[in-house]
Design a protein around this ligand. Structure first.
Ligand code: IPM
Ligand code: MN
Length: 352
């Protein structure tokens, strides 16, 4: 097949991990007889520098026409002045919203070879396989904001329709997996959470009677995620809780550098990006872990292009590279790390 992939490297380590990932996609395309066209555009801090805005119209228009979007990361100290009018992160939020990508899939499955890198005891990690479905275009991230000299507000709002659609996505995914859904909220305090819980219960009862549903408060969920991670299959939650819980979940896998994500809406187009940020502290050194971005490219092949075998071949190759202990500095014992390019090369060598 022929696919048009918009590539948004962004800031910090973004360009490095994207540069490492494109050859993996090229190698898969060559092996399976596909042609992928990559069209690069600016987003985030680099877009502020070049165009004055974090999401130029040209980038959004290209993304709308694309079959899929591969994104690195945005942000950095250069654009982090608390008084700045525009921030790189606004570009990311605007493109998610602009494309209607309301469901953010963040899988965590600790790899046996990387268990030692996790701060959690290995026996708790065996068999862990969690998929967090984070609501991505609503809630406190997108509510009205105010700021005066003496106070500030962020409005958290959810509509029934916003909750229904992401719960349906999570329900379908739970059905394809182990048939268990955990919905996370703060219904003992927040009205939006009480609505979330009501809508989730109804949608699951009416449309997914075959999926077991459990409700958890976000504070105890944060604890259970570390004390009994094997108990969870699909977790669905609102935007900010999902942001926080998935950084926490990455510690089960041993490194933030291993977690991929897919942001999906009603159609086929999606944004695929690692869950980690732009890591300004290591940017430009060529040592960032490219696996999360490479695994995001696998999700792109699966969800936007329908290329399941190709997606699985990338995942198997990353797994084989981890088995061979091809680790970047975030995972490797001192003195044994490979660099970004070497890690990506190890994946290419292991593509079936
Ligand atoms: C993420 C990031 C973003 C978010 C930031 C950069 C806006 O932390 O993708 O998890 O909060 O959604
Ligand atoms: Mn985050």
């Amino acid at each position: 097949m022929h696919a048009n992939i918009v590539v948004l490297p962004g800031d910090g380590i973004g360009p490095e991990i994207i540069a490492a990932t494109l050859p993996v996609l090229e190698a898969v395309a060559a092996r399976h007889g596909h042609t992928f066209e990559f069209e690069e555009h600016d987003i985030g801090g680099i877009a502020i520098d070049r165009h004055g805005v974090p999401l130029p119209d040209t980038t959004l228009e290209a993304a709308r026409k694309a079959d899929a979007i591969l994104l690195g990361a945005v942000g950095g100290p250069k654009w982090s002045d608390p008084n700045a009018k525009v921030r790189p992160e606004q570009g990311l939020l605007a493109i998610r919203k602009g494309l209607g990508l309301f469901a953010n899939l963040r899988p965590t499955k600790p790899h046996p070879a990387a268990l030692g890198a996790s701060p959690i005891k290995p026996h708790l990690l065996e068999g862990v396989d969690i998929l967090v479905v984070r609501e991505l275009t609503g809630g406190i991230y997108f509510g009205d904001k105010t700021r005066s000299a003496t106070d500030a507000t962020d409005l958290c709002r959810y509509t029934v329709a916003e909750i229904e659609r992401v719960v349906r996505s999570a329900g379908r995914l739970a059905r394809q997996r182990r048939g268990h859904l955990t919905s996370v909220d703060k219904a003992n305090v927040l009205e939006t959470s009480r609505l979330w819980r009501d809508v989730t219960s109804r949608v699951m009862r009416e449309e997914f009677p075959d999926v077991a549903v459990e409700h958890q408060l976000v504070d105890s969920m944060a604890m259970h995620l570390l004390s009994k991670p094997r108990a969870y299959d699909v977790i669905v939650t609102e935007n900010m809780f999902g942001d926080i819980l998935t950084d926490e979940a990455s510690m089960l896998a041993g490194s933030l550098g291993l977690l991929a994500s897919a942001s999906l809406g009603d159609g086929k187009v999606g944004i695929y990006e690692p869950i980690h940020g732009s890591a300004p502290d290591i940017a430009g050194k060529g040592i960032a872990n490219p696996y999360a971005t490479i695994l995001s490219a696998a999700l792109l092949l699966r969800h936007s292009l329908g290329l399941e075998a190709e997606a699985a071949s990338i995942e198997a190759a990353v797994s084989a590279a981890l088995d061979a202990k091809v680790f970047t500095a975030d995972l490797a014992p001192a003195g044994q790390a490979v660099n970004t390019t070497q890690a990506a090369q190890a994946v290419i060598e292991r593509l079936a």
